[in-house]
Write a protein that binds this ligand. Structure first.
Ligand code: GTP
Length: 303
């Protein structure tokens, strides 16, 4: 039974010499029982984590109690290939390990038995599930059309930035901007063309922002950029660079050139702001001042 069970069994004596090596171990390692018997485990398998395993085995001998290791702590002990015909998603066999004490007639621990469980199926499905969950979480934060942060997630970042600035008193600016006469773009070139314009704006934004800036699609054709450690004058430079770039880069959609502009508003954080909503409102007010002033321009709140 020990030979045929679908679990690896390795019995070691006090000196780590192999006393039992079952067929599971034979099949997966390619080392026959006759080759393994009486050999030192660590000589036979130089890749084993020797210090770690010796400590585990020692605790089994000295405490007369079991020791465990799960695939999450250490994916495998023996590097065996995975032969899972169905999943085939892992190159190696994930293993859970249990080491149990074996007592002799005098009741003292004479041997330690390493049990090797193949948990490749469980491990790969759990890892796949985690990946799927991560992907879902990413999707729930992302705007479908542009790949930018969506409004919910972006506003959460703005709330956090507001709290951070309140606490530390550090500089930070918020830019809100909106595509000018966007309704006309849709009416003249169609909704698909409008979507393409929104995508191109998002792309330009991602190219021009700093790595630490956080941009999001706030509404249909309205966007927001959080610029940590940035005062309003520096934010103005960034805003103008973006505005000029967009003005100079018409979008080509189905052989039609669509020229368009954006209007921007900036509000630098200051401690008189009550909450992130007021920060947003002030940026919006600056943005609408840009609209009233003739569009295709940037306004700093209060200037
Ligand atoms: N193609 C497309 N259009 C959108 C999307 N979201 C909102 N819109 C359109 O954007 C337009 C916004 O128009 P308005 O808010 O009147 O503003 P505007 O025409 O840009 O004019 P100003 O902002 O005053 O310069 C509306 O026609 C919306 O239907 C979208 O995801 N795709």
């Amino acid at each position: 039974m020990l030979q045929t069970v679908d679990v690896g069994l390795v019995v070691l004596d006090r000196n780590h010499k192999i006393q039992l090596w079952n067929s599971f171990m034979e099949n997966h390692s390619g080392i026959r029982t006759s080759q393994a018997r009486e050999k030192n485990l660590f000589t036979q398998f130089p890749d084993l984590p020797e210090a770690w395993l010796k400590q585990k085995i020692e605790s089994v001998f000295s405490l007369d109690s079991r020791a465990y290791s799960t695939w999450e702590q250490r994916p495998y002990l023996f590097k065996f290939k995975s032969y899972r015909p169905l999943t085939g998603k892992s190159e190696f066999m994930y293993q859970n390990i249990t080491i149990i004490p074996l007592t002799g007639i005098d009741k003292s621990v004479s041997h330690a038995c390493i049990l090797v469980y193949d948990v490749t199926d469980i491990a790969t499905s759990k890892l796949e599930l985690e990946q799927a969950n991560q992907e879902l979480a990413r999707l729930s934060r992302t705007d479908r059309l542009t790949g930018l942060n969506n409004r919910g997630h972006w506003e959460e970042s703005l709330t956090q930035e507001f709290r951070r600035c309140k606490r530390t008193g550090e500089k930070s600016s918020l830019i809100m901007f909106d595509i000018d006469h966007f309704k006309k773009v849709n009416d003249t070139y169609g909704h698909q063309a409008g979507d393409e314009v929104i995508r191109v704006v998002a792309h330009s934004l991602l190219q021009m922002q700093r790595e630490t800036d956080i941009s999001g699609r706030y509404g249909g054709e309205e966007f927001g950029i959080i610029l940590p450690d940035t005062g309003s004058e520096e934010a103005f430079v960034m805003a103008e660079r973006l505005r000029q770039h967009i003005e100079a880069s018409p979008v080509t959609y189905e052989d039609q050139m669509i020229a368009f502009t954006i209007s921007l508003g900036i509000r630098e954080f200051d401690s008189s702001l009550n909450d992130h909503t007021q920060w947003l409102e002030h940026s919006d007010q600056a943005l609408y001042q840009s609209k009233r002033g003739g569009r295709n321009q940037t306004t700093i709140f209060g200037k």
